[in-house]
Design a protein around this ligand. Structure first.
Ligand code: HEC
Length: 89
């Protein structure tokens, strides 16, 4: 169990921190991207590793986040924020 916790925590710093540049490039609000990152960390890492945003393309992310919605117990708004974060690096 300790190993699993360490593995998850070690993964978080690898997740990019949204900057004004990311926001501008993706056309999202910086606050939305920051919120998405936190939601992703809070809701998506309990069953498996936190996959890195660059690991999948936007189309694949959209499908994955949709298919994880029930499991992660997130609402539509949270799903949208997570998806924006994951596709804006
Ligand atoms: C309650 C457990 C649980 C939670 C919470 C969860 N997942 Fe998953 N996830 C799984 C399982 C189990 C799989 C294995 C494949 C399957 O059943 O689809 C999986 C697979 C995946 C995959 C596919 C990996 C691959 O190699 O193809 C992605 C991407 C993913 N999850 C993203 C997310 C995201 C994003 C969230 C948060 C919105 C999330 N998961 C929350 C259980 C969970």
């Amino acid at each position: 169990m300790l190993f699993i916790i360490c593995a998850l925590v070690a993964c978080v710093p690898a997740l990019y921190k949204p900057s004004a540049e990311h926001a501008e490039r993706s056309g999202r609000k910086l606050d939305d991207l920051k919120q998405g990152r936190q939601l992703y960390i809070d809701h998506c890492g309990s069953c498996h590793q936190l996959y890195l945003p660059r690991q999948f393309d936007p189309v694949t992310w959209k499908k994955s986040v949709h298919s994880m919605e029930t499991r992660a117990k997130i609402d539509t708004n949270q799903r949208q924020l997570i998806l924006w974060y994951l596709t804006s690096e």
